[in-house]
Write a protein that binds this ligand. Structure first.
Ligand code: ATP
Ligand code: MG
Length: 487
């Protein structure tokens, strides 16, 4: 298409006299009266806005809502509703409305943009009052613009959006999200609306926001999730309906056989995530979804007199290095005593001095029974520490040795699923746990990264496994002493 406006606009502005002032109802009415379904089921006919779509609009455009997150499986009209709401904003939104449609990249954003363009072209009343450019849609009578943008930090700068729509949130980084929310916060009334399938991991912006929404403490935040009941069979068609409102509608625009075809050709965890809206991790992921997070007890303060052990997994060079503490007691508490991570800089090196100083600090200020450390790359320093704090208190623990690591890994697994420990809720440590992938061996499951050289680090999880194992050892030893004393 040629860039540049078409002929000058001669049509009178559309009149919305007598229309409801309520933001949601105005938009719903506009979509029903002015928009035509461009493709798929019902193509060429006026949009039949389904009950669940009205629910989304009513929830997201309720007074005071600044951020709305809709979690919904694929093919339930995410892109279509984004385009429809974008156009509604241009005609019945505030004056000088600015709509940003953000997707993973420019090409994805252009899909929504093209859909919106097509909807304008299909209604002469709208087409006569709209300038369509190659990179934006402009409506002179309201001085309003719609722009498709890639989810990049720089691209979002300099806008003052009244409506920012994110199609598929799991491609958006934290940086981009805060840029988006900041950009959208400048007007007295504005909305950031994200419509997305769940992400594949807990280490994601989407999961953070879903948790925020589930807490239900932020009156400016609206969350609506469509998902099949946890633990359902993948073949359970009632569960499909619960997760897919476009399928459950009396006039469905998503077909059951389409879902069935997909089910046969993709892996189960992916089907659960994308088609059932479930927070399922990859089949090889180590811990069950959310299991680690459930144990967070950030209010716990470790008393300096309380016996603790330290687990250490150090990197020889540019990898992350973790020092994890664990109390010696029946229900141990795991906490980060130090975690040094590469900030995505290839020249970065572990600050070895700082690491050793922190270990010293722990020995000097806490009741450290033992430091169990992977000696790889740190032998000299560890020997120095053994000299300083006593040979008995520094244990060389080779984390590459499956005989040792297998049972220790199993102990951590059991403790987590049986809720026999707590931890400090440290986000980086939680990420390391969520990155861990199970690798079976003759001595039980071991954990590894998802791939060699992956930036998804697991060192804090490894150090925690070591710490918990030694905590259990010392806890048992203490138990035995008491028993023999009684006799
Ligand atoms: N009321 C309606 N709302 C939305 N889409 C509808 C409606 N009626 C029919 N359709 C059609 O259903 C299809 C919805 O597909 P759309 O691409 O919007 O879904 P999606 O959730 O973005 O899919 P994906 O997950 O593949 O990105 C489109 O072809 C659209 O034209
Ligand atoms: Mg889409």
């Amino acid at each position: 298409m040629m860039a540049g406006p078409k002929a000058a606009i001669k049509a009178d502005p559309l009149s919305f006299k007598g229309w409801p002032r309520d933001r949601a109802r105005r938009r719903i009415r506009f979509i029903k009266e002015y928009l035509v379904t461009p493709r798929g089921h019902g193509a060429g006919k006026p949009v039949n806005l389904r009950a669940f779509q009205k629910e989304i609009i009513t929830g997201a455009f309720a007074p005071g809502i600044r951020t709305a997150l809709i979690s919904i499986p694929r093919a339930n009209g995410k892109t279509a509703i984004a385009a429809m709401l974008g156009l509604a904003e241009l005609f019945v939104g505030p004056m000088s409305a600015e709509v940003l449609v953000v997707a993973s990249d420019q090409r994805q954003a252009n899909i929504t943009f093209k859909l919106a363009k097509r909807m304008v072209e299909l209604n002469p009343e709208l087409a006569d009052r709209t300038h369509i450019f190659s990179d934006r849609i402009y409506v002179p009578e309201t001085d309003s613009t719609l722009v498709p943008l890639p989810a990049e930090y720089g691209a979002l700068q300099g806008y003052d959006p009244s409506l920012l729509i994110v199609d598929e949130l799991h491609v958006v980084t934290e940086d981009v999200w805060s840029a988006a929310v900041t950009a959208a916060g400048k007007r007295p009334e504005s909305l950031t609306l994200a419509i997305s399938t769940p992400a594949a991991s807990e280490d994601s912006l989407m999961w953070r926001l879903v948790k925020h929404g589930r807490e239900d403490e932020d009156a400016q935040f609206y969350l609506r999730e469509w998902a099949a009941p946890e633990g359902c069979e993948v073949t359970d068609r009632d569960a499909w309906r619960i997760a897919n409102p476009a399928l459950a509608d009396e006039d469905p625009f998503l077909a059951e056989d389409a879902i069935e075809a997909v089910r046969k050709t993709i892996r189960e965890p992916v089907f659960r995530q994308l088609r059932l809206g479930q927070w399922a991790k990859g089949i090889d992921s180590w811990l069950p979804f959310g299991a680690w997070e459930d144990l967070a007890a950030p209010e716990v303060v470790v008393d300096p007199k309380q016996k603790i052990v330290l687990g250490f997994d150090g990197s020889a060079s540019g990898d992350s290095t973790a020092l994890i503490g664990c109390t010696v007691e029946k229900q141990p508490h795991v906490f980060v005593a130090g975690l040094w991570e590469n900030p995505h800089d290839p020249r970065w090196r572990v600050p070895r001095r700082e690491v050793i100083d922190q270990i010293r600090y722990m020995f000097n200020h806490y009741n450290v029974v033992e430091l169990a450390a992977d000696p790889w790359g740190w032998r000299t320093e560890l020997e120095e520490l053994a000299q300083e704090f006593g040979e008995k208190r520094v244990l060389m623990w080779n984390t590459a040795q499956a005989q040792r690591m297998g049972p220790a890994t199993d102990r951590m697994y059991q403790a987590v699923v049986n809720k026999e420990l707590t931890h400090d809720g440290n986000q980086s440590m939680a990420n390391h746990f969520s990155h861990a992938v199970a690798k079976s061996s003759t001595v039980g499951d071991l954990i590894t990264k998802d791939k060699r050289n992956s930036p998804r680090k697991i060192d804090a999880a490894v150090a925690a496994i070591v710490a918990l194992d030694r905590s259990a050892f010392h806890s048992k030893k203490a138990g035995r002493k008491v028993a023999s004393f009684k006799r």
